[in-house]
Design a protein around this ligand. Structure first.
Ligand code: MV4
Length: 502
């Protein structure tokens, strides 16, 4: 096969850098990793064909250092840059700097990033294309009096959102007119310090919406298609935990309408490459455009497993100017996929980050199980970056099959040394509301309040260890026996997927 590029630099770290390296290797493209001083031993550094140090651990001096990254790309002889997600992926200035340096940016044109980055401009684009949007303003709000007038018009409760924000940052719920002036002041000040732009806009607040997003692909020859939706309603503080494809709510007719709306919108802003159009869906199954993400998303694998399309390879091919080579009618959806995001966080301590050395690791495998991981046994998870360490993705012939497979795979997953969100996923995946597809953005609050899935097992483990230590003390031994012929005990702790033979 003809390779679109000979060498690509990946301006990212962790599991997504590994994901892009894998696509490069399959395409016969040399991969170039970059890393910070905290990532010398990181998996993406070990896996890439070449790796270059950027600088100290803080992202501002490494993964966000535009000049350093461009200089490294040029020096390495890379022809293109893949930004992954996060860091510089939606930075129009970075995309522009790549182009100016003669590098292909594997993502949309800077102008499309810019338009969608301004949420009010994105709303105007949607309105112009008759894509349903949440009722609200499509320009930043002016005076307090004007805001009060608009809010009264659309009806309380309303939400204030930062025009340059997104992903839930800088949002404020306003339940009544009395709260509006204060909320406006707070929202403006927050937006100003977080995004360097204090512009805010107003939307009608939808109660318990579902978050459903549409994957689009657009080539540079005028073909724009969609690959269907992902359901992303299970989130905690705007951090997604579980995603699936398709959505249990969406039927063929709704998929077609949402998909066509998404394609209309992205084509109208000159969008090229992979992108995601986010919708909120209310109880009447009415969908409203929310915002667009102009990058590859964390949860892209569920779409890959159901459509059979490799989104990273498509991104690379599109960036190289190739034609998509197929149309909407060639896209088929088969079966069901679910992703659980494994974070190095302690769900028993309010999801506090849990960095540190991974001293034990056993990853699930077997039929239709995919583990997109950024770690390995022995590595240290640094404190400086996002705590996502891996994504566990399974496919099944239907939703029930995918759920059963995910439960099986989660039970096989062992991580020792850092706390993870695995027990939360084990709880979610068997919850009656999840199994029934009764999802909303409030799902997790409801579930987390109820009980702590692993506490009992952990207490039993602690009790066993205490009893063993007491036994050794009684027997007059001062140390535990060293290497025994039995495998180490961590493999056999609490969960049912991997237990000591009886
Ligand atoms: C909303 C909303 C209700 N009404 N907008 C949060 C993430 C950001 N992308 C938009 N978000 C929301 N916007 C209106 N007009 C509720 C949320 C929201 C939410 C959305 C998707 C998934 C989880 C969420 C959790 C809380 C709030």
């Amino acid at each position: 096969m003809k390779t679109p590029f000979r060498k690509i630099l990946i301006a990212n770290r962790g599991e997504i850098a590994v994901r892009v390296i894998r696509a490069c290797r399959e395409l016969g493209i040399t991969s170039v990793a970059v890393f910070s001083e905290a990532d010398r031993e990181a998996l993406h550094v070990l896996m890439a064909d070449e790796a270059y140090l950027l600088g100290p651990p803080p992202a501002a001096e490494s993964y966000l250092a535009i000049e350093k990254i461009i200089r490294t790309a040029k020096a390495s002889g890379a022809e293109a840059v893949h930004p992954g997600y996060g860091f510089l992926a939606e930075n129009a200035g970075f995309a522009e700097a790549c182009l100016q340096a003669g590098l292909v940016f594997i993502g949309p044109p800077p102008q499309a990033i810019r338009t969608m980055g301004d949420k009010t401009a994105a709303r105007r684009a949607a309105l112009a294309m008759k894509v349903p949007t949440v009722p609200g303003t499509s320009e930043p709000v002016g005076s307090d009096a004007e805001a009060a007038r608009v809010a009264r018009e659309i009806g309380y409760p309303v939400m204030l959102k930062a025009a340059m924000g997104g992903g839930g940052k800088g949002m404020r719920l306003v339940r009544a007119e009395g709260e509006l002036a204060g909320a406006l002041r707070m929202a403006r000040s927050e937006a100003g310090s977080a995004f360097g732009d204090s512009a805010v806009y107003l939307e009608k607040y939808l109660e318990e919406p579902r978050h459903i997003e549409v994957q689009v692909l657009a080539d540079s020859h005028g073909t724009t298609i969609h690959l269907g939706e992902r359901e992303c309603s299970i989130q905690r503080r705007h951090q997604k935990l579980v995603e699936e494809c398709p959505s249990p709510l969406v039927d063929d007719a709704m998929r077609k309408r949402m998909g066509e709306a998404a394609c209309r919108l992205v084509a109208s802003v000159g969008y090229v490459n992979a992108g995601t159009v986010e919708f909120l869906v209310d109880r009447q199954k009415i969908f409203y455009f929310l915002e667009m993400n102009t990058r590859l998303q964390v949860e892209h694998p569920v779409t890959e497993l159901v459509t059979g399309r490799d989104l990273v390879k498509e991104q690379i091919r599109i960036a190289a100017g190739e034609k998509l080579g197929y149309g909407q009618s060639d896209v088929k959806w088969t079966g069901w996929a679910i992703e659980c995001r494994i974070y190095a966080e302690d769900p028993y301590r309010n999801f506090m980050p849990s960095p540190g050395a991974v001293i034990g690791l056993r990853t699930p495998a077997g039929p239709w199980v995919r583990d997109d991981s950024g770690i390995y046994e022995g590595v240290t998870v640094p404190i400086y970056y996002d705590s996502l360490i891996s994504k566990l993705i399974v496919w099944g012939p239907d939703r029930a099959g995918a759920i059963a497979r995910m439960a099986r795979a989660l039970a096989e997953y062992k991580v020792v040394g850092v706390r993870t969100t695995i027990p939360v996923h084990q709880h979610i995946i068997v919850h009656p509301d999840f199994v029934a597809g009764r999802l909303s953005t409030h799902f997790l609050d409801a579930v987390m309040g109820v009980e702590r899935p692993e506490a009992e097992g952990r207490h039993r483990t602690v009790a066993l260890i205490a009893a063993a230590l007491a036994g050794y003390a009684r027997a007059g031994k001062t140390t535990l026996p060293l290497a025994s012929s039995r495998p180490s005990a961590w493999k056999f702790s609490a969960r049912s997927g991997w237990s000591r033979p009886r």
